[in-house]
Design a protein around this ligand. Structure first.
Ligand code: UDP
Ligand code: MN
Length: 343
């Protein structure tokens, strides 16, 4: 009996001597892993940080998912299409356009509208240079498709160009642009920063990319304008670090901001916070834009758009005056061709 017990004991003693250290090492190893994973205090600090962040984000995502579901059900309940809601998230582009009556007016406005219709969240402030709002512009705007404000203010007689006077002799559209600014200032209080203001004359050619470029303007965005100032293109000079430090222009390079009316977009807040910034009839010839911009921004603050001002998205086109020789004759005879038809 004692003999068999002693043989059994000897057997385990030998096995223990053989495998014992291995078992102990493995036991310590697994205990170590268990301890480390159970006790975050002992984990590597950067991993702990990562875990904490991950948990926080997961919680946020859950909260967001709940909010999105709530939003979806609200949109459904009120019958609002998702595209319309998305449009509501975009900063609005307020386009101020002075316009005056002449044979090609409706053609010019139609060209503009056809572009604006492709631009989401755009509000058109069309300002007639007239004593009264005209039926033509009223019908045109009310024909639908575009969000608009219709204003009018006449340019005083002394400031109107004579029939055959060259265009550079008097500034055009000044009081109309200011009327657009007044309308914005009386409708918005700061902070209204999720919006941009652009001055678009009615005869230029605008590409849709231009509006994508200007939408997120923080202060004042700038870009090249083609076919203006006697050159192919007038544009801001941009440094390698993306700062505007001057202008590439043929005409009057001494202007602080040597750009055309079509060459910049302004954050609405900047205009609301600077109520004295208006266009002036008294600006020296060709200095209207520069004088205006000097009141609200510094050169180094300008935001160059259109691929650092290397792309053209706006052309300062001018429309040829249509030949009305026979029309005038017929009008004198009391038989105008446009008696019962809006042209
Ligand atoms: N304009 C105006 N009243 C006028 C002449 C022009 O309101 O008596 C408007 C015109 O419709 C345009 C802007 O002012 O939207 C600039 O005029 P124009 O295109 O003739 O100027 P330019 O091309 O020479 O800069
Ligand atoms: Mn023009």
């Amino acid at each position: 009996m004692t003999f068999t017990m002693s043989i059994g004991f000897q057997f385990y003693k030998r096995r223990f001597r053989q495998y014992g250290p291995l078992i102990i090492v493995m036991f310590i190893f697994f205990m170590g892993i268990f301890y480390l994973s159970a006790s975050p205090d002992l984990q590597h600090p950067s991993f702990r940080k990562h875990l904490a962040l991950n948990n926080a984000i997961n919680k946020d995502i859950l909260k967001l998912e709940r909010k999105v579901k709530l939003l979806e059900s609200t949109l459904k309940k009120h019958n609002i299409p998702e595209s319309e809601y998305m449009e509501g998230l975009l900063p609005v582009i307020y386009v101020i356009t002075p316009t005056h009556a002449r044979p090609q007016q409706k053609a010019e406005l139609t060209r503009l509208k056809n572009v604006f219709l492709h631009v989401p969240a755009l509000h058109w402030i069309l300002v007639e240079d007239s004593e009264q709002k005209t039926g033509l512009v009223k019908h045109f705007l009310e024909s639908g498709g575009i969000s608009f404000t219709h204003l009018n203010v006449p340019t005083p007689k002394d400031w109107k160009l004579g029939e055959n006077q060259p265009v550079w002799q008097k500034p055009r559209g000044v009081l109309q642009r200011n009327a657009g600014l007044d309308w914005l200032r009386s409708n918005f209080e700061p902070p209204a920063s999720r919006a941009v203001v652009y001055f678009a004359d009615d005869d230029n050619t605008y590409s849709t990319e231009l509006f994508q470029e200007m939408r997120w303007t923080k202060k004042v965005s700038v870009w090249p304008v083609a076919l203006v100032g006697g050159v192919m293109v007038e544009r801001p000079k941009v440094t390698l670090s993306g700062k505007v430090n001057g202008w590439l222009t043929g005409w009057k390079p001494d202007r602080a901001f040597a750009t055309d009316m079509a060459g910049f977009g302004i954050n609405l807040d900047l205009l609301v916070n600077n109520p004295e910034a208006e266009f002036s009839l008294d600006s020296q010839k060709g200095f209207m834009e520069s004088d205006f911009l000097e009141k609200i921004v510094k050169l180094h603050e300008l935001e160059p758009k259109a691929d650092m001002c290397t792309k053209v998205y706006i052309w300062h086109t001018r429309t040829e005056k249509p030949n009305m020789k026979d029309e005038e004759k017929l009008r004198k005879e009391g038989r105008p061709t446009n008696r019962n038809i809006e042209v």
